[in-house]
Ligand binder design. Sequence first.
Ligand code: 5FU
Length: 259
Amino acid sequence: TNDLWNLETRKPLLECNPLNAMVLKYMTLKKTNLCVAVDETNKEKILQTIQSIGGYVCAIKLHADIIDDFDQSFIDELTTLSKHHQFVIFADRKLADTGNTVELQLTHGSLHIADWANVVTVHSVPGPPILQSVLNIIKQNKALKGSLLIASLSSKGALTDAEYSKKSLEMANDAKNVVSGFICQKRPSDNPEFLYWTPGVNELKSTDGLGQQWRSIEDAIKRDGNDIIIVGRAITQSQNPVEVARDYASRAFELWKSR
Ligand code: 5FU
């Protein structure tokens, strides 16, 4: 019902989850439910982009494995920017392996994600053990505070059908201390304890010719019931990323509040 989705009612429910508490604080303080996907391949460019749009986002999403010169200095500067602008650092790693491997992927290698990312994406395809392993790492008091389970993907022909989304939801319901919310197209549940993050948003184009499927901010939030829009190229490759980010953030936030 609408009541459950009223922010006053929902706030204490969301705050039970440390990651959601952090996201919600930034969302309300900065009046933004925009997460920008900064898919650039060198650290200077990424940091410059974040510097310019950081005031308009509640989260910055990165694919660390596409950064040519990823190193500790990048992590340090990213962390400083996140504290200055107040946003969550989101690693879109899409973990999808057996438990032991996932623990190693979060803590070792050149990316050691759990040391700098506050939230990471996880595929539900390996089943419940993957969430136990993510929890083991969250308990180590590193930067990592939560995860987002992928209920559905935005790409054309994705195998994540309604049944898959439903099973992902069941996995999340059994692991609320690990799963803070979902990556989804349509919100897979009416449970107000989770945050629903959606990629595939672009006001000007509907596809990139490589299988991505974009829809409008209004469809993403009102029709599909999501909380946070994840926007990449519509902002990062626009003529004026700062203005477009400000515009997407204010439109998305109005729609979210009036839903
Ligand atoms: F899980 C998903 C998904 O289903 N679709 C996505 O597009 C993640 N993404 C990411 O969101 C994708 O990897 C990009 O980093 C981002 C969308 O960027 P775009 O430029 O708006 O397409």
